[in-house]
Design a protein around this ligand. Structure first.
Ligand code: ATR
Length: 291
């Protein structure tokens, strides 16, 4: 029951209407008997500054930040945790008695999703497609444990910049960056253990994929951050090729769980959150919910 003492958490982004986060977090709060509620605000880019002032003024406790604000929000925050500083991306804010602290849980979420699916990135050769906010956060986390990180991006400059940042931060793994094209995919995939799609290719599509199916094989882990549809064309092709797969819903839930733990200090009920996310997503996919 919402009362005068209820702590408020919220998602800000644009668009946000179809977000799964309120379902995932409110189910977790209820399950653990926590006096918290999670709501969603559509915030246009030009209103971001006003929204942050409002967060402070209203004493909103925790915020999730999604597209297109993950980078722009940084200028309005009082402090950044190490993860957000290195990745230059924020998806979680904690309001610590009026001080707004930014974090990124994309990297931790990806690592947790891999471990949950019995995939250990330690000492592995990892090929990451994309060089946006999610890719940056994940690259910094995985470069601490992987043997080799290769970043392929449509805009090759962004991949090179990320690789440069990774190397300057003194990570242990070897780091390479190239343009995302068929030739480089073919050359790099044959020398990789884990493939991560951190581009938006395949989102809301049954046919688009960043990787030609003939390049997929057994003994490869394919991790797609795209969660709509749950089974992307890339994941379908990967399963057919005998590869192990991790879907974007797993990533979404684990990065959400890491945010939950920052706000509450309590271990998130992962299995329940996954169940709720999957159920809601299947309802959406079946068209049972008016979109
Ligand atoms: P996120 O926060 O999810 O990482 P983002 O920062 O907007 O989102 O990054 C999106 C990524 O998907 C980028 O790497 C982008 O490539 P560019 O840097 O060249 O823009 C990639 N991307 C999006 N659409 C793409 C497409 N049609 N083909 C190839 N890459 C694409």
């Amino acid at each position: 029951m919402i009362s005068g003492k209820t702590r408020v958490c919220a998602l800000i982004g644009d668009p946000v209407e179809h977000s799964l986060s309120p379902f995932i977090h409110n189910a977790a709060f209820e399950h653990l008997g926590l006096d918290y509620v999670y709501v969603v605000f559509r915030v246009k880019s030009e209103d971001l500054g006003k929204a942050i002032i409002g967060i402070k003024g209203l004493g909103i406790h925790g915020i999730n930040v999604t597209m297109p604000h993950k980078i722009d929000v940084i200028r309005y925050l009082d402090e950044l945790d190490e993860s957000a500083k290195t990745a230059c991306s924020v998806n979680t804010i904690l309001n610590d008695n009026g001080k707004l602290i930014g974090y990124t849980t994309d990297g931790a979420g990806a690592l947790m999703a891999m471990k949950y699916n019995n995939v250990d990135p330690f000492g592995k050769r990892i090929l990451i497609l994309g060089a946006g906010g999610a890719s940056r956060s994940i690259s910094f986390t995985l470069a601490k444990v992987a043997k080799k990180i290769v970043i392929l991006n449509r805009t090759v400059k962004k991949a090179e910049m990320l690789a440069g940042n990774l190397m300057n931060s003194g990570v242990a793994s070897e780091v390479l960056a190239f343009e995302l094209n068929k030739e480089n995919l073919e050359a790099m995939l044959s020398d990789s253990d884990i493939l991560i799609n951190a581009t938006s290719i395949g989102m809301n599509s049954d046919t688009e994929t960043p990787v030609p199916p003939n390049l997929l094989r057994r003994n490869l882990v394919v991790f797609d951050l795209v969660y709509e549809p749950i089974e992307t064309r890339l994941l379908r092709d990967a399963k057919l090729a005998g590869a192990k797969t991790i879907d974007g819903l797993s990533m979404l839930v684990h990065q959400g769980a890491a945010s939950f733990e920052i706000w509450t200090g309590i271990k998130a009920p992962i299995d329940l959150m996954l169940k709720v996310a999957k159920r809601r997503m299947l309802q959406l996919e079946k068209g049972g919910i008016n979109r």
